[in-house]
Design a protein around this ligand. Structure first.
Ligand SMILES: [Zn+2]
Length: 113
């Protein structure tokens, strides 16, 4: 069993590298997007109320595959604010980008503890 995906280390989380990482994630996301869990599943994941197999799947999708769409959804759920489905695409893309960076910064904070 080989592990050929790049492990993103906390020390790699400088802004320029996050930009590059986000682009890499984008291509992974396009391939993985067909299996994006529904927002209801993401909410259940956040509330830790899925069964073990589902938790593992969603965790892989959100954390290992680092799907920016689902991370943005989770962030919205975390704010207890419904995702705005009618937001213009530019707003969505900007929010997606800042959400991804925000998630990475939070991850960095957790990892360095
Ligand atoms: Zn996804």
């Amino acid at each position: 069993m080989t592990d050929d995906h790049d492990e993103l280390k906390p020390e790699d989380m400088v802004p320029e590298r996050v930009e590059r990482f986000a682009m890499t994630v984008g291509s992974v996301w396009r391939e993985a997007r067909v299996s994006c869990p529904h927002a209801d599943i993401l909410l259940a994941f956040q509330q830790d109320s899925l069964d073990a197999g589902q938790m593992a799947y969603v965790r892989f999708h959100v954390e290992d595959a680092a799907c920016p769409y689902c991370q943005a959804v989770l962030e919205d759920l975390g704010r207890e604010r419904a995702p705005d489905a009618d937001a213009p695409l530019e707003n969505f893309r900007e929010r997606l980008r800042s959400s991804t960076i925000h998630v990475l910064r939070e991850k960095r904070g957790r990892d360095s503890k």
